[in-house]
Design a protein around this ligand. Structure first.
Ligand code: GRG
Length: 307
């Protein structure tokens, strides 16, 4: 993508991010909802710190662009996207904890356990995870969505983020520090830790747009492909960028002696791989017209981004 196209895409991404942030902010109000007793203010503040300040909101963008491709209701898509972003933000808060990556900086600001305390950060992550499922389960109150589609969404999000998805991937990642996995092991753990939510984003958009099973599978394949590209680009940035450019600590993988594809094959191999993944992403989207351009641009953004 040329420099001007990249700038135009970033503006589009930011506009979309603003809608997502506003909706999550609305959800994190102090008034109790039916079935709740009290909303502790300190916990809400920690949730806001972890969910509202910064972040590219790339997963919501993918979900909403995929939904738009199939003419889904954009407000419904926004809610499903906000739910996904809550899961992503919870995972970042927990990933930064001393028991995990022990990071001080996230999205250019102190991590939640630094700004608050460890116990509050754990609870803020927990509460964002449950909020994600509350948002999904409440969709029937405002949108015309079938019980079958809703259950499919809830199950997909649970599976992408749970033991056989993101959390399982994090477990494999922890084990990888003690025992370096082979290349296929690295690819599996990355597909789970990072790829599963990106795949869900693309597939869920198609699902709420009522896409055919074949198109849902196509969008899932696109998500898998760019999920791989995302992680490879992330590893490349970790190896080649700086802490101030990233808004989080750079060079961590090398310092920790972590098994990554960059450690195995080097930086120029990774750049070639990324080009190949972009070509594949374009091939997967070939049956769609220019309405798939935001997804095509997102794939390019993923490999060219600077943070
Ligand atoms: C602790 C349950 C649990 C899971 C952790 C997401 C994750 C699993 C770990 C994050 C560690 C990490 C840096 C992974 C690399 C890929 C990744 C998820 C990067 C952050 O995502 P971005 O770049 O972040 O989309 P923003 O801040 O833009 O939302």
């Amino acid at each position: 993508m040329k420099h001007e196209e990249m700038i135009a895409f970033e503006i589009l991404l930011q506009k979309n991010a603003h809608h997502v942030t506003t909706l999550i902010d609305d959800m994190l109000h102090s008034r109790t909802q039916e079935g709740e007793i009290v909303r502790p203010e300190r916990l809400l503040e920690a949730m806001r710190h972890g969910a509202l300040a910064g972040g590219k909101r790339l997963r919501p963008f993918l979900l909403m662009s995929s939904a738009a491709l199939f003419d889904a209701n954009p407000t419904l898509a926004l809610h499903v996207a906000a739910s996904l972003e809550c899961v992503h933000c919870y995972s970042l808060i927990h990933d930064d904890l001393p028991a995990m990556d022990d990071d001080d900086l996230r999205r250019g600001q102190p991590t939640v356990h630094k700004a608050f305390d460890e116990a509050t950060a754990i609870l803020a992550g927990d509460a964002l995870l449950t909020l994600a499922f509350d948002i999904l389960a409440s969709l029937t109150q405002s949108f015309d969505i079938s019980a079958q589609t809703l259950l499919h969404l809830i199950r997909s999000l649970a599976r992408s983020s749970g033991v056989g998805g993101m959390v399982g991937g994090q477990m494999l990642d922890l084990a990888a520090v003690r025992e370096c996995p082979e290349e296929t092991g690295i690819i599996t753990l990355q597909a789970m830790k990072t790829g599963a939510l990106i795949r869900y984003a693309c597939e869920a958009g198609a699902l709420i747009g009522g896409a055919t099973p074949a198109d849902q599978a196509r969008l899932a394949a696109f998500g898998e492909n760019i999920g791989l590209a995302f992680q490879l680009a992330d590893d490349l940035l970790d190896a080649t960028s700086t802490t101030s450019a990233l808004g989080k600590k750079a060079g961590k993988d090398g310092q920790a002696g972590k098994a990554t594809l960059i450690a195995l094959h080097g930086v120029s191999w990774a750049r070639q791989q990324l080009e190949g993944l972009i070509r594949q992403a374009d091939e997967i989207l070939a049956p769609f017209d220019e309405r798939a351009d935001p997804l095509r641009q997102a794939a390019r953004f993923i490999v060219q981004r600077q943070n």
